[in-house]
Design a protein. Sequence first.
Length: 364
Amino acid sequence: MTVNLRVPGPTPSPAMVLEASGQQMINHRGPEFRDLIFRLTDNLKTLFATTNDLYILTASGTGAMETAVVNTMSPGDRVLAISVGVFGDRFTTIARTYGADVVEMKVEHGKVVDPDDVRKNLRDDPTIKTVIITHNETSTGVTNDIGSVAQVVKGEFNKLFLVDAISSIGSIPCPVDAWGLDIVTSGSQKGWMAPPGLAFVSVSSRAWEAYEEAKCPRFYFDLAAAQRYLERGQTPWTPAISVYYAMDTATKMLLEEGVENVFERHDRVARMCREGIKNLGLKLFAEESVASSTVTAVHVPDGVNGAELATLMRTEHNVVLAGGQASLEGKIFRIGHLGYCSEDDIQNVLDSLQVVLPQVGFKG
């Protein structure tokens, strides 16, 4: 029986994508790879809704986040780090690791940042140069309103704005140019329906200006190297060619489906998931007004062992769920529905939960 992988990354890949990834290797300094990287870069720019530079890195999404930091910051730079969960905290940690003077703005788990609070922080501290944030926080199942936050960060204060869109872009609207975002990151293993191994970084002209002044050490993640090599259809370092093949096919599939249709599908599946969870008598972790269209977080009911629930779902029903992270470990479980996911996949999760919940002591 096929495993129903319902974690928010890595996500399942369609058969066409898996087949593409199994192609034979090519010379990454040859014309075949040049055509591949140019085509994939163009497809990603379309899906990012940007005319900015865009670079493909052989790395995880975290590598893209580190790229955003080291190419735009110097030790001692004042940085407003907005966090609504584990991955916002990770962005904060990366900036601090490279010597940034971080002003932490932590939001209660399950909630999103209020643009008015961002405005107050920026008004009270004019020395802040850069703002960093995670768009879609998979650890808590919420999506920040980046468009509204950008109106404050860019429109009112004209600060450099770096956005971790690893689990959103390609699944949830994140129009890079329309919102004026300076650096936006993503990773192949999320809504792109491809295996892990590639990260994507869009870079605005304002971000390139910051690059010229940035003093953070960088080598593997130096965007200037990526820029030089892309001009001749190459990467500075050996690329994950198999994942390029996968992404080439996956982006074609998304473009053929139509960007707006992709967004609508994610919304539809997410609504179905949330309604099904409520019908089972379970409680959603995030308010529905800010709930993510790529992952649903659910309270583990009182008296129920979350680990036992996940184990039975996996061993008896071949459904793999994600648990809570950090302070939420054992308190929530999460259902991923980004990328290659249909209503049937979610119905399978809900049907399995209906069987397993009484077995672990849930009375409804």
